[in-house]
Design a protein around this ligand. Structure first.
Ligand SMILES: Cc1cc2nc3c(=O)[nH]c(=O)nc-3n(C[C@H](O)[C@H](O)[C@H](O)COP(=O)(O)OP(=O)(O)OC[C@H]3O[C@@H](n4cnc5c(N)ncnc54)[C@H](O)[C@@H]3O)c2cc1C
Length: 393
């Protein structure tokens, strides 16, 4: 990144000390900016959350996050209506534990010179000439604090208060529920299973092993309590007992929103879930959130949206196109899709990750032209995808 270091003579405040916020803090501090992170939680002892990411995470983070890896996935098994397809990954996916990743990112941000203030909840903001005055609440004694910044980055998740206060519209969110289970007898711990059952969900179920004996079974739904009940019924059918649940709402990317706003007192950016940077095919937000951090850093340091944000936008739009095409698939269409996977298209899927849909899509169509026709027909007749969920919930 060419850094004229436009950020070095200004105070940068980041609200939210999770994956996107801490990586942004690390990048900006490393480039010489003065950065403070305001995190509402009092410590990094977060609820466990098992995540799967592509090898792209390593390319972005370099050495950071290595200790967060708890398992590697070398194979995907896709199921629909009695059919199955197996895809061996050339580059293994990583299963990571979110808390460990956040702790490593926090250490890197601090080593780069960022200040992390825990137990500071962002409440509101006053615009003064030449600065934004952040109103914070300390968690221990509920005392009010004020911090002055020239640039504010909202990395405070799907229901971002920074976004609301700075005037962005609320984004749609959907519930994601996962249950920790013992792995079924004989299931290899390096294999992730995916089931397409459109009567239950327009997305899919997954079973991701996070150790040789345990894994998470999950589901993305459209309404909270119903999503949990649907997952419970699925677990029963699969003879799996939930040991504990993990759940939260995640944003649904339905169009690109500009990540920067100029206010009287300074500029405001959004990053990660706060900006809706989530792949709407799989609802994965880690890699795209990290890429958003790179893009926002580039924009802060150099001014204006750079090539990284433009590339991220193209990719999120492509995921949206795929989601629009498959969102109203019925069982028959999923079965047909699995049938269309020939040896060469499987090789394409094996060689490319979910984080490079552009590269893989055109190869798939080249190696199985019926996929293109099938996709176009499905897109034209499928009724499309309108993000159902809750705004700002
Ligand atoms: C159960 C579950 C499983 C998932 N699995 C995957 C997966 O397998 N792969 C994948 O890529 N993605 C997955 N995701 C999505 C992924 O976890 C998110 O996209 C990612 O964590 C978003 O990171 P973030 O830093 O943008 O926001 P968050 O992780 O939501 O962090 C926001 C931070 O801001 C803080 N905060 C909020 N409000 C304030 C405030 N007012 N003041 C101060 N601080 C505040 C919060 O305490 C939090 O630390 C999953 C999500 C869930 C819920």
């Amino acid at each position: 990144m060419t850094q004229k270091n436009r950020g070095s003579n200004r105070e940068i405040g980041i609200v939210g000390g999770s994956v996107a916020g801490l990586f942004t803090a690390h990048l900006l501090a490393r480039a010489g900016s003065r950065v403070s992170v305001f995190e509402g939680a009092e410590d990094f002892n977060l609820k466990p959350r098992t995540l799967i990411v592509t090898s792209r995470m390593h390319e972005i983070l370099g050495g950071i996050g290595k200790n967060a890896i708890v398992n590697e996935i070398r194979r995907f098994e896709l199921f629909t209506d009695g059919r199955a397809a197996r895809i061996a990954l050339r580059q293994p996916d990583c299963v990571i534990e979110r808390t460990r990743l956040i702790r490593e990112l926090a250490r890197s941000a601090q080593q780069s010179g960022a200040q992390i203030l825990l137990g500071r909840r962002f409440v509101s903001m006053d615009q003064r000439k030449g600065a934004l005055a952040l109103q914070l609440q300390r968690s221990g004694d509920a005392a009010a604090e004020e911090a002055h910044v020239n640039t504010l980055v909202g990395a405070d998740g799907a229901v971002s208060r920074v976004a609301r206060v700075a005037g962005w519209p609320a984004q749609m969110t959907v519930p994601l529920v996962q249950a920790i289970v013992r792995l079924p007898h004989g299931m290899p711990p390096d294999t992730t299973r995916v089931w397409f059952i459109p009567d239950d969900t327009p997305y899919f179920y997954w079973l991701i092993p996070d150790s040789p004996t345990r894994g998470v079974v999950g589901l993305i739904g459209e309404e909270g309590p119903e999503t949990r009940r649907t997952l419970e019924r699925f677990l029963e059918r699969q003879h799996l007992d939930p040991l504990e649940y993990q759940a939260a709402r995640i944003p649904v990317y339905s169009k690109w929103i500009p990540v920067r706003r100029q206010l009287i007192g300074g500029e405001v950016y959004l990053v990660g879930d706060a900006a809706g940077h989530v792949k709407v095919t799989t609802i994965g937000g880690i890699v795209t959130g990290l890429r958003g951090a790179l893009g926002v850093t580039e924009a802060i340091l150099n001014g204006g949206p750079g090539r990284r944000l433009r590339a991220l936008r193209r990719e999120l739009d492509l995921h949206l196109l795929i989601r629009r095409t498959i969102h109203s698939f019925n069982q028959g269409r999923y079965s047909h899709l699995i049938d269309l996977l020939n040896a060469r298209t499987r090789t394409d899927l094996e060689a490319h990750t979910r984080d490079e849909p552009g590269g893989v899509l055109w190869r798939l169509c080249l190696h199985q032209p019926r996929l293109l026709l099938f996709g176009i027909r499905a897109f034209l007749t499928g009724g499309g995808f309108s993000a159902r969920g809750c705004a700002g919930a």
